[in-house]
Design a protein around this ligand. Structure first.
Ligand code: SF4
Ligand code: SF4
Length: 442
């Protein structure tokens, strides 16, 4: 986990050092250095809040080049239901599927179909995962727990993410049909920079090992589908009857809506969205040991995946269409689809659980506990000497973060804009107290 991939990049040319991203970052991963934002990838959870806050378009999300699709004969798209919610009502689901085929895909699967796979296989959470079980569906939250709340890692669900199970089934089915596995490319379309980072963490030599051959940003594919719909309006209208939607149940379709993961009739469950609220709640439950909740659903984006950073449509309208979409799917899968899943039951069962969880405490102050405690104490004393107004002019989001950076020797007390107004001798004395060299500026 410590070499976790970072999917967002600062376009230095466009960054004006305005601090908006730094102030929005929930993990204090951003500093402004020499007038430009810098991201500490050990602290970043790829939530994309910074990207949303930047009015200068100075933060981008990486993705696989779309042309990569055409190095495969069989091109499988794993599409989240959220993708369909990006379009206004007059564009039908079938038309969207036709446009996806038109831009180059040869096979379509819903990402959430993985929920139905679990259902058909009758797989449940391992008994040794303590309650409350925390959903691992949102990779930003999962990464946050791994890096900041190691005491909660054991609570994370061990079931593999639905899109990954869908990818396993899709590859097996398409390989069987084509007889040439090397010609099959499986691509995930996602609204989520954290999902991209999660998959790229598995990447080696430019190819995402195992499950996916590439990952595409939802907004890129959306624009291509939108163009195709405009160009092919008549053609698509004539062929609508021949197009079939990929299978999925209503229960699976609900999964990316807030509070959509588990039914309430059998479980006590709680759903929380928006990363700052999620952090507030995790801080609370880290100390709390008598929660009566069975299942915790935590999502980084406001309103869940319809509020995904790479979504294009107003999240409330998208949520409304997704809620309506749920009503268009059956409660259960038909026998033919169940048989398709059962035909690959052994392969799916082998891959149904994630590996044992491990923590990544790369953001702790030091590997050595004694040194870490010393640094923590030092940071506590430094923060008392700082003005406490969290102005951000030093390049750190808060005075507490600057104190932590000084304790780590990665910043100087001289960066504090308020203290700089003091007598330089006084500032030098303070700096000396914290073990810094005398400034030659003064
Ligand atoms: S929001 Fe961040 S990345 Fe964007 S211009 Fe301001 S400092 Fe730079
Ligand atoms: S992606 Fe999230 S955690 Fe990472 S720098 Fe941006 S706001 Fe901070």
């Amino acid at each position: 986990m410590s070499t976790y991939h970072h999917s967002l990049a600062i376009r230095e040319r466009l960054c004006h050092g305005c601090t908006h991203c730094m102030k929005k970052c929930p993990t204090a991963a951003i500093r402004i250095e020499k007038g430009r934002a810098q991201v500490d990838s050990a602290k970043c959870i790829n939530c994309g809040q910074c990207m949303q806050a930047c009015a200068n378009n100075a933060i981008g999300v990486e993705q696989s080049p779309f042309e990569m699709l055409f190095s495969f004969k069989q091109r499988v798209a794993i599409v989240p239901a959220v993708f369909f919610s990006q379009f206004e009502e007059e564009i039908t689901n079938k038309q969207i599927c036709m446009a996806l085929y038109d831009i180059g895909f040869t096979h379509l699967y819903f990402a959430e179909f993985g929920i139905d796979i679990l259902d058909v296989l009758g797989v449940t959470e391992p008994e040794d995962v303590p309650k409350p079980v925390i959903s691992n569906y949102c990779p930003a939250v999962k990464h946050l727990i791994h890096t900041r709340y190691p005491g909660l890692v054991q609570h994370l669900s061990r079931l593999r993410a639905p899109s990954q199970l869908t990818a396993i089934l899709a590859r097996a089915e398409v390989d069987l049909l084509s007889g040439s596995p090397e010609d099959t490319g499986v691509f995930l379309i996602t609204p989520c920079p954290a999902k991209i980072a999660e998959l790229k963490t598995e990447e080696s030599d430019g190819i995402i090992t195992g499950l996916f051959d590439g990952v595409l940003n939802l907004d890129t594919v959306y624009n291509m589908v939108r163009n195709s719909l405009t160009k092919n309006r008549r053609r698509f209208a004539a062929a609508l009857e021949d197009t079939i939607l990929p299978p999925m149940t209503a229960r699976a379709c609900k999964w990316s809506l807030i509070a959509g993961e588990k039914p309430t009739d059998t479980l006590r469950r709680l759903a929380i969205d928006e990363i700052h609220q999620v952090i507030d709640f995790l801080e609370y439950i880290e100390e709390e040991d008598d929660l009566t909740i069975d299942f915790l659903e935590l999502k980084s984006c406001a309103e869940g995946c319809v509020g995904g950073i790479l979504c294009t449509r107003n999240k409330f309208l998208a949520k409304e269409r997704l809620t309506h979409l749920v009503t268009q799917f059956p409660e259960t899968l038909d026998d033919a689809t169940r048989a398709r899943i059962l035909a690959h039951a052994d392969l799916l069962r082998e891959n149904v659980y994630e590996q044992e969880p491990e923590t990544d405490e790369s953001i702790k102050l030091d590997e050595d506990l004694e040194v870490a405690i010393h640094k923590m104490e030092k940071a506590r004393r430094i923060v008392a000497a700082l003005p406490g107004i969290d102005c951000g002019l030093c390049g750190a989001p808060t005075c507490a973060e600057l104190a932590r950076d000084i304790a780590q020797s990665s910043a100087s007390i001289r960066q504090c804009a308020v203290l700089r107004l003091k007598d330089p001798k006084e500032l030098n004395t303070l700096a000396r107290i914290w073990g810094e060299k005398i400034s030659t500026e003064s």
